[in-house]
Structures are given as structure tokens and as C-alpha cells.
Design a protein around this ligand. Structure first.
Ligand code: PLP
Length: 398
């Protein structure tokens, strides 16, 4: 272990709150799908900052956009007009594909908070104060602040922090009957991830999503998609809902919006967005010019380089290879995923051991719980990198 890594581990143990169990590696540089540690060792990144660097590390267009903007103006707040923010909002509305408005924040959690507030504001103006309930899915993940945690359908993450804000109901994913029973006149919104990420990469059934859309229309309830992890071409299209063929009223993005800088965006159909009035919501840094410049460059490059098509093609190849691996080893319970958001679920609780051994071989992988390996590489990942991953999996799986 290098002296720098030893120092980092010691400082971390002494001075950080112990909210993360970090892996023993000190990354100092990245390029595309490659990461380099402090001793110059190269790793292939199959996590991409937990799905936050879809374009790959240090993409030249994003680096240049940030450098240019930060050298001129970093921050003046949302009280004034700045460059890039409005153009970015227009770009996002164009991707959304119908008249809509955008609110910028700094993270996925904040985007969830914004979505919850907007839905409640809309519900109250529509049917009065009792219309504030939001139905979400069991096993979902929407963030760590109190309302986002209340929306999250994972009791183990919630219990220590009660009481949480009330008004959230959780139903099993892909169970229309349960959803129908939970949506009533007090409900303002249904909130879903098109593919559950932190919960273990569980895609919604497209027929279920279509039925949810119909239910929301019939009962005058908003359909909100949390696309923090699925969005920005990770599932093949700008928004995963375009792949599933189901349009939401509200959608939000974060993670890869500015390819690794903190950014979030809440996008709502115009008449829904107009429920918010001045003073209802805000953010000091949201949509600041540096992050907005990065996000514009990121959106442009993702499209110019057709990384959505690549995510679809490589994702199919990856799932095929993982299924072969399952047949060869008998170690696999299930292979799941859409585009470049994939999971390998083992029969046995070996995922953390596999991820650790893979790191030793220069592959960065993420385990969820004990049995699931999540594979979320930058979208430029190709067959060669997938083959390298599979070679390592055959070698390290016990
Ligand atoms: N929503 C989803 C679907 C996520 O995957 C995450 C983070 O993993 C969040 C919200 C929270 O985002 P952040 O960590 O940027 O606050």
C-alpha cells in the first residue's frame, strides 16, 4: 500500500463521519473508462461514479466548458440571469418533447424534494390540502434527506431516522392491483424509477408502466419518474421513459447531468410546473453557470457520440455474456438490466468478495447487498471492456 493511500485511510478514519465503507484505493486521474490510482495503476471503471459519469472521465468537451466558464464567472446566485442556465433548460425541455419548465438543483435527493413539493403544491391547488399523498415503490431509492428518505421504499434505511414526513405509501413494484388500491382522492402523485437502481437493478414491466399511466390519468394523479440513475441515455434514450414508451408529467435527472459535477434538474409539464409560484422553492447553487456549461457540453457530447445506441448494443452483449457465465458456472440467480444499467445476481452471498477481488485485478465494480453486482460503466464501454470484465469474473468468482 502506498504512503499516500495509508495517509488517506488514516485521515478518513480520524476526521470523517463513518457513513461510507471505502475501498482501499486512491484514485488520482481518469480518462474515458480508465481510472488511475496514486501509483499509476490503471483500472477499468464499471461504476462510473455510481452512474454519474456517463460520458467517461475527463471528457475534453466538459473539461473545456468548465475551464472557460470558471475563468470568467463562478457564481452569482439565482437572483440574476447568467449564461448557460436558460439554454440548458431549453435543451432539457426539447429532450422532454412537450411544453415544460425546469427547476435546477444540485443532486438527486434535492430533485426528489423538489418533485415532492411540486406534486403537493399541484395537489393542494387541485383538490385541497388533503391531496398530498405520494405512492412510491417498495425497494425504491429516492435519496437521503427526510422527505426523499420517506419516499424511499427501504425500511432498513429509514428506521433510525423516524419520524419521517408523513404521506408516503409504498407498494410492490409491477403490482397494478396494489397500486390501484393505494391511489385515492388524497393522492397527488405516483413516483417510480423506471429501473430501480440502488434497490438492485429491477426494471419496471413496460405493460405495468402503461397501466400506471392510464390509472394516473383516470384518477387525476401525477406520474413522476425519478430518472436520476436511468436518465441521460444510460437506458438507451435521453430519458428511460422513452424506451418504455410511457410519458410522465414530471421527471427528474441528476447524477450524470454535468458528467460528475453536482447538478440536478426537475422537469414538469407546463401546467404542472405552473403550480410553483415565486418563493415556493429555491437553491443557491442550482443551475449555476459552471455546472450549466458542463451540462450543456455533456448533453451535446452524449448525443453527438451516439452513446445511447452504444449503451443498447453493448448492454445486450453484456447480458448475453453474463448469461453464458451463469450457465458455465451455475453461480448466477439472475441477469437483469436495460441498456448500460445491469445487475448480476449470484445465488450465494459472494458479490462483495467478487467486487473486492476484481478491484485487485484492476476492475471497479459495485456490490449491492450480499448477492448483487451492479454494472454501470460509462456509456462508451464496448465489447472489449465487457470481455475483460467477463475474464475477471470467471477468475474471481468462488
Ligand atoms: N434517486 C435515485 C434513483 C438514485 O439512484 C439516487 C442516488 O443514487 C438518488 C435519487 C439520490 O441522488 P443523490 O445521491 O445525487 O442525492
Amino acid at each position: 500500500m502506498s504512503r499516500s493511500l495509508e495517509t488517506a485511510i488514516a485521515l478518513d478514519a480520524e476526521f470523517h463521519m463513518h457513513t461510507y465503507a471505502r475501498k482501499p484505493v486512491l484514485f488520482t486521474r481518469g480518462q474515458g473508462m480508465e481510472l488511475y490510482d496514486d501509483e499509476g495503476r490503471c483500472y477499468l471503471d464499471f461504476v462510473s461514479g455510481i452512474g454519474a459519469v456517463n460520458l467517461g472521465h475527463s471528457h475534453p468537451a466538459v473539461v473545456e466548458a468548465v475551464r472557460e466558464q470558471i475563468g470568467r464567472l463562478t457564481h452569482v446566485s439565482n437572483l440574476y440571469y447568467v449564461e448557460h442556465r436558460d439554454e440548458l433548460a431549453a435543451d432539457l425541455v426539447e429532450l422532454f418533447g412537450e411544453p415544460a419548465r425546469v427547476f435546477f438543483c444540485n443532486s438527486g435527493t434535492e430533485a426528489t424534494e423538489g418533485a415532492v413539493k411540486l406534486a403537493r403544491r399541484w395537489g393542494v391547488s387541485r383538490r385541497g390540502t388533503s391531496c398530498h399523498r405520494i405512492v412510491t415503490a417498495e425497494r425504491s431509492f429516492h435519496g437521503r434527506t427526510l422527505a426523499a428518505l420517506a419516499a424511499t421504499g427501504q425500511p432498513s434505511k429509514q428506521e433510525a431516522f423516524e419520524p419521517l414526513p408523513s404521506g408516503f405509501t409504498h407498494v410492490p413494484l409491477n403490482d397494478l392491483t396494489a397500486l390501484e388500491a393505494s391511489v385515492d382522492e388524497r393522492t397527488c402523485a405516483v413516483l417510480l424509477e423506471p429501473v430501480q437502481g440502488e434497490g438492485g437493478v429491477h426494471p419496471c414491466d413496460p405493460a405495468y408502466l402503461k397501466a400506471v399511466r392510464r390509472l394516473c390519468d383516470e384518477r387525476d394523479v401525477l406520474l413522476i419518474f425519478d430518472e436520476v440513475q436511468t436518465g441521460l441515455w444510460r437506458c438507451g434514450t435521453a430519458f428511460a421513459w422513452q424506451t418504455f414508451g410511457v410519458r410522465p408529467d414530471v421527471v427528474y435527472l441528476a447524477k450524470s447531468l454535468a458528467n460528475g459535477l453536482p447538478a440536478g434538474a426537475l422537469i414538469a409539464r407546463e401546467e404542472v410546473a405552473d403550480a410553483f409560484v415565486p418563493g415556493d422553492h429555491g437553491s443557491t447553487f442550482g443551475g449555476g453557470p459552471v455546472v450549466a456549461a458542463a451540462a450543456r457540453a455533456c448533453l451535446r457530447a452524449l448525443q453527438d457520440e451516439r452513446l445511447g445506441d452504444r449503451a443498447v448494443a453493448t448492454g445486450e452483449y453484456l447480458r448475453d455474456r453474463l448469461r453464458d457465465f451463469g450457465r458455465d458456472t451455475g453461480a448466477v440467480a439472475e441477469v437483469r438490466g436495460v441498456g448500460m444499467m445491469n445487475a448480476l445476481e449470484f445465488l450465494d452471498p459472494v458479490a462483495p468478495v467478487v467486487a473486492e477481488a476484481a478491484l485487485g485485478k484492476g476492475l471497479v465494480l459495485n456490490s449491492i447487498g450480499t448477492n448483487i453486482l451492479r454494472i454501470l460503466p460509462p456509456l462508451l464501454c464496448g465489447r472489449t471492456e465487457v470481455d475483460t470484465l467477463l475474464t475477471a469474473l470467471y477468475e474471481v468468482t468462488p
